[in-house]
Design a protein around this ligand. Sequence first.
Ligand SMILES: C[S@@+](CC[C@H](N)C(=O)[O-])C[C@H]1O[C@@H](n2cnc3c(N)ncnc32)[C@H](O)[C@@H]1O
Length: 270
Amino acid sequence: MNYRHIYHAGNFADVMKHALLLRLLAGLQRKPKPFLVLDTHAGLGAYDVTSEQAEKTGEWRDGIGRLLDAPPPALADYVETIRRLGLYPGSPLFTIAALRSTDRLIACELHPEDAQILRRTLRPYANAAAHERDGYEALGAFLPPPEKRALVLIDPPFERTDEFAHLAKTLAAAWRKFPSGVYVVWYPIKHRAPVRGFFEALRLAGVKDLIAAELLRRPDTDPTRLNGAGLAIINPPFGFEAEALPILEACREAFGEAGASVALERIINE
Ligand SMILES: C[S@@+](CC[C@H](N)C(=O)[O-])C[C@H]1O[C@@H](n2cnc3c(N)ncnc32)[C@H](O)[C@@H]1O
């Protein structure tokens, strides 16, 4: 496990992922019934972007760093959450900041050192639990939840060469066990073929109601670069697409280079 998210925290892909995550959580909270958030690849929970590691790549300067002074309206609540929390929050802390006291967070992290920091980050929150374990296995262990409502965030590092295939297999198995869950998968866009293969595998597995929200900073012609990122969402909450588009457009404005684009596409119908 070489990947450490501290080097990338707050980069353009985090901005897009976390701003959309906040809208998804708000969507689930339109109903009073409590829900579980299962964050399978949680990272540290929060990041000090002035740390030596974060400054080594400086990715945050090219991400959240571009928004702090004058956030566009579509990203105002996202930036406000960061200001309120002080550090750059990872997905667990963004989640816990948004949850009601009746909702619950289970956050899994496999790297022992990062899991220890995650545990410390979440200790003050009674409705959050950190687990040092394989997030893919956690899908089998924690679903379906007693609440019968859940948002599952799957945000792997894509270090494995078979990550897309493994993801499709485990996601389809989780969906079969708990088909009404909202599943949110982050994926990198280097070039198109692996992403197409991932969607096709989900279609063949029988998954329904899948959309993709994508930001391409530049056309995906050079597969050695992270040209963009996407969220694949199964069972998106009602109204999410209308809220997501201005966020994607604001990200394109902030991070796009020549030929940048956004897409919000229905991949599989309900
Ligand atoms: C992209 S980072 C997560 C970032 C986090 N979701 C956020 O948005 O703040 C991926 C994390 O997954 C962890 N990881 C890698 N393989 C894992 C596995 N099989 N189960 C759980 N965590 C894993 C890595 O150590 C890394 O911290």
